[in-house]
Write a protein that binds this ligand. Structure first.
Ligand SMILES: O=C(O)CCC(=O)C(=O)O
Ligand SMILES: [Fe+2]
Length: 537
C-alpha cells in the first residue's frame, strides 16, 4: 500500500478499524442499531414489485393505504429504512439555503454537532456560513490555497429542506396542462401526491417557490409543479396517512427522508405507467437496466477479479495512476449505450411532462439522479456485490466493507451542459465514477489530495496532482474526501455515472470520535508541533 492510502491507514486508529470490522461482522453490541442494518439498503417498495405492480398501483386506495407500513416484512424493512433514513437525514444537516458555494465546490460539511444517528441535533455552523463570513472566493485570499472548498458536495435528495426548490430543481418549466389521459382519476391522485409533496416540502405552499438557478421558473398559487389543479380534496398520500390534510394547510410532518421516499415513489409511478393498468404504457425503455445482470453489464475481467475476492485478484485489473486513485475496466459498451439511452428517455419524458426533478448535487444542474427513477435497487446491489469487495481492500479506513447506502446519478458535460466542475470533496466514503460515453475532448477529472474538513483548503502538492482522462466503460474509484473536479470539456459530450457510496457505521463512529479522519496535513502539523517542542527543550 502506498502514498495517501498508507498515510490514511496509519492515521486512522487501529482500534477504530477493528471496531468497524467487528461491526461489519455483527459482533459488536455497542451500537445496537447498526449491526442489524449495515448490510441492508432502504428498499423502495415499488421496485420490489413485479409486473403485476400496475394492477396493484391502480387498485386505489389499497396500494397507497398499504404503502406504509410495509406489511409482511415490516420488521426488516422498517428497521433498515429507518436506519438509512436517519443516516441520510442527518448527513445532510440543516439549512440547505446555506450550502451553495462560490467555489462551485458544494457547501456541505458535517459538523461536530451532527450525529448520523441523531436527527435533532443542532448544527452549529455550516462551512458555507463560515465561508460567506470570510467572503472568500475561489482563488482569493492571502494564503497559497488554490481553491476554497466549502466542504463536501451535498446531494440535494438528502436534504428536502425549506429551500429545497431553490437548490435543486433542474426542470422548471411549467405548463398548465398535464395530460391525464384515460385514468385521470388515478393519475391525478398520483401527480397531486408529487405536487403536494413538493409544495409542502417548501414549507409554505407555492408562493414560496422561486426559480432555481437558470431555471426561469415562476409559479402562481393555484399552479402545481405538474400543472394540476391543487384544489382537490385529498391526495392519495394523505388518504393513506389518513391525515385528511389539505394542500398548503399546516406543516408537513414528514421527515426529509420520507419526503424523498415519496418523491421517488411518485416519480417512479409516473415514469412507469402513463395510462390505467389495462392500457398501460411503460415509459421505461430498457427494462433490463433496472436489474443487475453482471454478465451483461460488466466486462469479464471485472467479474473474475471481484469473484476472486482477494487483493491479488483485484490488483490484477486495477491501476493506480496516483496514490489512492484506482482505475479499472468495468462496463460493457453495450450496457453504457443502454443506460445512456434510458437516461435520455427519462430526460425526454421529464421535459415532455414538464415535471421538475432534482439536480444530482449542488455542483451541477446537468444530470439526473438514477435512484429517483427506479435504479436504486440495481445500484445498491452493484455497490454491495461489486464495490464493497473492492473498497474492503482499498478503503478500509473509511469502512469500505460497511458501505450501506449510496447516491447514484449521471452528469453531463459539454456544450449546453456543464462545462467543468470546481474542486470539491464528495459526500461519500468511496466514489465510483464510470464514463458512459461519448466522444469528447478535454474534460479531464483532476484530483488534489485527500483532506479532512479542517484542511480542505490547503494547497495541492505537486505529487498529489492528477489529470485523469476518462475512457468510456472505465471506472475510477476514489476516497470521497479526495478533492476532485473536472476540467472544461472542449468538444463533444462526456456523460459519467457516479455512485457516492456511504457507510453509516463509519459516519457514526466518526461522529462519536471512535475513529479519526485526520489527513496528511494533520500528520504534518503534528510533526511540526513535535519538532517545535523538541527544539524548545
Ligand atoms: O466526472 C467528473 O469529472 C467529476 C464528477 C464528480 O466529481 C462528482 O460528481 O462528484
Ligand atoms: Fe466529485
Amino acid at each position: 500500500m502506498t502514498g495517501i492510502f498508507s498515510v490514511f491507514c496509519s492515521a486512522t486508529s487501529n482500534k477504530g478499524i477493528w471496531q468497524l470490522r467487528r461491526l461489519a461482522e455483527g459482533i459488536d453490541t455497542k451500537l445496537p442499531s447498526v449491526k442489524n442494518n449495515i448490510s441492508g439498503m432502504a428498499k423502495n417498495p415499488p421496485e420490489g414489485l413485479g409486473d403485476d405492480f400496475l394492477d396493484e398501483i391502480f387498485a386505489f386506495p389499497t396500494y397507497w393505504a398499504n404503502k406504509f407500513p410495509l406489511a409482511g416484512n415490516e420488521g426488516n424493512l422498517a428497521g433498515t429504512a429507518a436506519w438509512a433514513s436517519s443516516m441520510l437525514q442527518s448527513s445532510s444537516g440543516e439549512g440547505s439555503s446555506h450550502v451553495r458555494s462560490a467555489a462551485g465546490g458544494g457547501g456541505y460539511e458535517r459538523t461536530a454537532a451532527m450525529s448520523p444517528l441523531d436527527l435533532n441535533l443542532k448544527q452549529e455552523k455550516t462551512c458555507s456560513e463560515e465561508g460567506s463570513g470570510s467572503g472568500k472566493q475561489l482563488g482569493e485570499g492571502s494564503d497559497t490555497i488554490p481553491y476554497n472548498i466549502s466542504g463536501m458536495a451535498k446531494n440535494p435528495p438528502e436534504d428536502l429542506g425549506d429551500d429545497f426548490f431553490d437548490e435543486i430543481f433542474a426542470i422548471t418549466t411549467l405548463g398548465s396542462e398535464f395530460p391525464l389521459e384515460e385514468n385521470e382519476g388515478n393519475l391525478a391522485g398520483t401527480a397531486a401526491g408529487v405536487s403536494s409533496m413538493l409544495q409542502q416540502s417548501s414549507g409554505e405552499g407555492s408562493s414560496h417557490l422561486r426559480s432555481a438557478d437558470g431555471g426561469g421558473y415562476e409559479e402562481t398559487a393555484s399552479m402545481s409543479p405538474l400543472g394540476l389543479n391543487l384544489k382537490q380534496e385529498k391526495t392519495c398520500s394523505e388518504e393513506a396517512s389518513g391525515s385528511g390534510k389539505q394542500l398548503g394547510e399546516g406543516k408537513d410532518s414528514r421527515t426529509r427522508a420520507e419526503k424523498l421516499r415519496d418523491y421517488r415513489e411518485e416519480i417512479q409511478l409516473l415514469y412507469r405507467c402513463r395510462k390505467s393498468i389495462s392500457y398501460s404504457v411503460i415509459q421505461r425503455l430498457h427494462k433490463e437496466v433496472y436489474t443487475l445482470n453482471p454478465g451483461k453489464f460488466f466486462v469479464p475481467s471485472f467479474i473474475k477479479a471481484v469473484s476472486g475476492n482477494t487483493a491479488a485478484s483485484l490488483r490484477s485489473i486495477i491501476s493506480e495512476p496516483s496514490p489512492g486513485i484506482y482505475t479499472f475496466k468495468m462496463l460493457q459498451p453495450s450496457f453504457c449505450q443502454l443506460l445512456l439511452s434510458e437516461v435520455k428517455n427519462f430526460e425526454k419524458w421529464v421535459k415532455k411532462k414538464k415535471i421538475r426533478i432534482m439536480h444530482p448535487n449542488i455542483m451541477t444542474s446537468y444530470g439526473v439522479v438514477l435512484d429517483d427513477f427506479g435504479l436504486e435497487t440495481m445500484l445498491g446491489k452493484l455497490m454491495e456485490d461489486f464495490i464493497c469487495p473492492i473498497s474492503k481492500v482499498f478503503f478500509p479506513e473509511v469502512g469500505g466493507f460497511t458501505l450501506d447506502s449510496h447516491h447514484g446519478y449521471v452528469v453531463h458535460y459539454g456544450k449546453d451542459w456543464a462545462v467543468d466542475e470546481g474542486l470539491h470533496m464528495d459526500d461519500s466514503e468511496v466514489t465510483l465514477n464510470v464514463c458512459l460515453g461519448n466522444q469528447f475532448s478535454g474534460g479531464e477529472q483532476y484530483f488534489g489530495g485527500i483532506r479532512c474538513n479542517k484542511h480542505k483548503n490547503t494547497r495541492i502538492e505537486p505529487e498529489e496532482t492528477l489529470d485523469y482522462s476518462h475512457v468510456p466503460g472505465k471506472a475510477v474509484l476514489h476516497h470521497g474526501r479526495h478533492r476532485n473536479g473536472a476540467n472544461a470539456t472542449t468538444s463533444g459530450h462526456r456523460i459519467n455515472l457516479l455512485l457516492w457510496c456511504r457507510s453509516s457505521v463509519f459516519r457514526e463512529m466518526e461522529y462519536q470520535k471512535k475513529i479519526s479522519s485526520c489527513c496528511g496535513w494533520c500528520q504534518r502539523e503534528k510533526k511540526e508541533r513535535q519538532r517545535q517542542s523538541v527544539s524548545a527543550t
